[in-house]
Each structure stands twice: as C-alpha cells, then as structure tokens.
Design a protein around this ligand. Structure first.
Ligand SMILES: Nc1ncnc2c1ncn2[C@@H]1O[C@H](COP(=O)(O)OP(=O)(O)O)[C@@H](O)[C@H]1O
Ligand SMILES: O=C(CO)[C@@H](O)[C@H](O)COP(=O)(O)O
Length: 472
C-alpha cells in the first residue's frame, strides 16, 4: 500500500500538470516507529527499477515481513522487559535512549520479529523506519535512518549519536548491519532514482534529503522556539517541546532535535486523542457531527460544574496501564454516568488537563508560553478555546495546517542551502514570513478554575490507575 501510494500521488500531480523539473530537493515525514523489512536482494531491485512498470509490481515481493509493524502495536511487552534488563532498568534505558521501553518503539518490534519469525529476519538485508523507507524509494538505494526518528527505537544512544552496542546485542549481533548508520536529519542522502527522472520528469540533480518522523517534521514545520509548546491533535494527541538540556524520565520521550543537532525535543504521546473524541461524539450526539459536539461543549460552563471524566477506550500510554471509563462528581466521588453535554465537556477538559500536568512533569513552565496547534482537531475552535483556558496560554495555528509535510519541505530546503551557507534554521525560517494566527486567548477567570481542577485531576488519575489495576 505504501509503495503503491507513491505512484498514485505522483500520478495525481502529473494530472494537475505539475512541473517536476522545478524540484531541487525532496524530504518527507513518516509515522514514527513503524518498520519495513527489506528481503535479501531488494537493494539490487531498487537500483534497477523500470519506469515502464509500477513501483508496486516491481517491489511487491521485496519485503520479508509483509505487514509492517506500526506504532499502534502494543504486543511487545515481553521484549520491552528484555531491553530494559539489557540496559540495567527502565531509567537506565531512558538515560541512554531518551525513553524507557515502549511497546511501539522499533527495537522491541524488531526483537519480536527476531524471536517469532527467525526465518523472516534471516531473509532481511535491511530494516528501514517508515521515514527512511520513503527516502529509499525516491533514492533507489537504501537511505540511512535520521537521528531524530532513530531516537524512537529504544536502540539509539542520543548522547553518542550511535546505536548502543548492548541494546543491539540484546536483539541480535548482526542488527547494526541491517540498520545502517544514522545521520543528522538535515543531511543529503543521494540523488533521485532514474525511475522518477524518466517516469515523471524530475531533474537528475534533484537531491534526496533524509526523511524524518512525523513529529520531528512537525517541530520543524511549526518553527518551535523555547517557551513554545506544540500540540498535535491527530489520531493520537502529541505534545512536543524544544529542549537544550533534557532530563530523561521514564514518562515521555526525548529525541535528537531534527533541525539543531546540538539540541533535543521532548515528546508526549497520548493514544486516546481524536479517535477517542470521535468515539464520545458518536455516542453522545444525535447526528454524530462536530457541529453538534461544539454546541454541547459550549452549552456547559467552564469547569463542567466540577465533573471530571477519564476516557480510555484504547489502553493509554500516558499514564501507562490504564484502560476504560471513569467518572467523578465535584466531590471526587465516582458516578455511573454523565449527561451527553457533560460527557462532551468532560472528555475535552480531561484530555487537556492531562496534557498540561504531564508537560509540567517534564519540567515545562507554563508561564508566558504559546501553544502552537496542528492536526485534524485544530480546525475546531471550541476545542482550542478549552485548551487555551486550561493552559492559560494563547493558541496559534498557521496557514498551512499540515505541519509535518511543511516541516519536511523546510528541512529539504535547509539541507541543500546548508552546503552553501551556514544560516541557522530558525533564522532562515523567520525570514520566510509564514504567519501564525492567534485563534484563542484564555477566558478571564478560567485560570483559577483549572488550577484547582488540575490538582484534582492529578489525584484522580492516581485513583483511576489503582481502580484499573484492581479490576485487571
Ligand atoms: N472539526 C473537527 N473537530 C474535531 N476533530 C476533527 C475535526 N476535523 C477532523 N477532526 C479529527 O482529526 C483527526 C485526523 O487528524 P489528522 O491530523 O489528519 O490525523 P493523523 O494523526 O492520522 O495524521 C480525525 O480522527 C478527526 O476525528
Ligand atoms: O507514536 C507516536 C509518537 O511517539 C505517534 O505520534 C505516531 O508518530 C503517529 O501518530 P498519529 O499521526 O497516528 O497521530
């Protein structure tokens, strides 16, 4: 599907009479943590692609694991325990790689393939991330994993900027050979494959720049600065911050920064994002529309008369080990149910209270911060207003909503220019004049209400974790 998508998208550009010869460089962004297992001999296939045939027909037998594991997979708890043991514990693994072991992280996913499908692993000559797989298709040769997306694998030492030998060995001694050598995100990997030159009219000098993860690319596209917090409201909700001196914790992740090789980024991923908002919308509105959802949200007062709900239809990442639905009244007493309007207000308030307290746990100071919002739900002004009130901060969006694609384009531009001059990324992008729009400001009086609710939420979250563990 991913291979076929490349020809489909480029075919659409052909139909729109797009002039491919204008493209000087390409970068891209791929969903983080997913892995692509290239079968022995595929490197040769990539070098000899025939423009008369589709990528799909030529590459469909090139994968030793036909269904690429992606980030939604949580089936690798056993492998997580092994990697943490190899590192010397959860905190030790976080100190090396920026994260304790997470089921979706690629190292644990690869270890599962090594253990459960040894023949498939043996028949693999190269393992790409979704991002480096994208670059590989365009280059017609294996591209390296970039350091920023490579930080989401539980294998990469974010201080030495190399695979960590004891973690590689805990998986398989030959794994480093199959992973290649990580490179900075802003680096040129090669020129475009002749397949794309002959089929679509790209110029042979078009450069392929490292592709990176969707979240690092979003950080680049949103031009995050210190004291900004970016919130991506996609299928999941992801909060990210720019950090100079990271503190490694067993909650959240630290990645190498995609645009400044001496800096880092912190990331908090919540699985129950838009999909869970949709779930509540579909259960509690008559016509399952966002318009009705917004009306119900605005019909309830700020603070929802003290009602707090927890909505985890999917097992959550932060906090870990919690699933299900839990409702509390203004005295923190468990209740059976809420009215439809209370549910709608409760899901949005509870999600942003959670984003706030967990960002604070990473050492983020809310005073004077700006929130940059992106992703599908950043189109919803009622949701953004609640976010602004809970963080007591203004919310901005930018003209181009898809910050991950935009960031990839900016990384491509920066990479080709960096070879001729040394202008820092942030300065170059300031000059580009892309505008942020202020779309929400805190409502007077909301800070006092949400400061109290944030304290209650912290305690109730602990209670919910206990309630869940006593059930399971
Ligand atoms: N007006 C809206 N209000 C709230 N959520 C919305 C709205 N429009 C789209 N969404 C949500 O945005 C999500 C898709 O966001 P997107 O950033 O494209 O996802 P992904 O993370 O998969 O790239 C959908 O799941 C949908 O629920
Ligand atoms: O796992 C993470 C980050 O660690 C996710 O953010 C994925 O990178 C993709 O998210 P969606 O695009 O599905 O929201």
């Amino acid at each position: 599907m991913w291979v076929e998508a490349v020809d489909v998208i480029l075919g659409k550009l052909v139909n729109s009479k797009f002039d491919f010869s204008k493209i000087k460089a390409i970068s891209g962004s791929g969903q983080q943590h997913g892995s692509v297992f290239w079968k022995n001999g595929s490197g040769e296939m990539l070098k000899n692609l025939n423009p008369k045939h589709s990528l799909k027909s030529q590459l469909e037998d090139s994968f030793s694991v036909p269904d690429s594991p992606i980030w939604m997979d949580s089936s690798t708890s056993e492998q997580c325990i092994k990697l943490e043991l190899a590192a010397g514990g959860a905190q030790a693994l976080a100190d090396i790689t920026g994260s304790k072991a997470y089921e979706r992280f690629t190292g644990n996913q690869i270890l599962k393939v090594i253990e459960n499908a040894p023949n498939a692993y043996k028949d693999t000559e190269r393992i790409s991330l979704v991002s480096s797989f994208g670059a590989t298709l365009f280059c017609g040769a294996y591209c390296e994993i970039d350091e920023s997306d490579g930080s989401g694998m539980n294998l990469f030492n974010i201080k030495t900027r190399a695979w960590e030998p004891k973690l590689i060995d805990a998986c398989s001694k030959d794994l480093a050979d199959k992973l290649g050598n990580p490179v900075p995100s802003v680096s040129i990997q090669g020129s475009i494959s002749l397949y794309f030159v002959n089929k679509y009219g790209f110029v042979p000098s078009c450069q392929i720049v490292s592709f990176t993860g969707d979240n690092p690319a979003s950080l680049a596209g949103m031009r995050l600065m210190e004291s900004d917090i970016a919130v991506s409201l996609g299928s999941s909700d992801v909060v990210f911050l720019w950090l100079e001196d990271p503190i490694m914790k067993t909650e959240g992740h630290v990645f190498v920064n995609p645009v400044d090789t001496s800096a880092y980024m912190a990331l908090l991923c919540f699985k129950n994002g838009s999909l869970t908002r949709e779930f509540v919308r579909d259960r509690h509105t008559d016509n399952k529309s966002w318009t009705e959802f917004e009306q119900l949200l605005n019909s309830q007062p700020i603070g929802n008369n003290g009602n707090i709900g927890f909505y985890f239809p999917i097992a959550e990442i932060i906090p870990g080990n919690v699933e299900g639905f839990y409702y509390f009244d203004s005295s923190d007493m468990p209740v059976q149910d809420f009215s439809p309007a209370e549910h709608v207000r409760a899901i949005i308030e509870s999600q942003f209270l959670s984003r706030r307290i967990h960002a604070e746990n990473m050492g983020f100071n809310l005073d004077g911060c700006r929130i940059l919002a992106t992703g599908g739900a950043s189109n919803n002004s009622a949701i953004l207003q609640v976010m602004s009130d809970i963080f007591n901060a203004p919310v901005y969006t930018q003209e181009v909503a898809n910050s991950a694609s935009l960031g990839a384009a900016m990384i491509a531009m920066h990479a080709v220019k960096v070879t001729t001059d040394e202008i820092p990324y942030t300065y170059r992008l300031k000059k580009k004049g892309l505008q942020f729009q202020r779309v929400a400001s805190p409502t007077p009086g909301s800070k006092e209400i949400y400061d109290i609710m944030a304290k209650r939420y912290r305690n109730l979250e602990k209670q919910v974790i206990q309630m869940h563990s006593s059930k399971s």
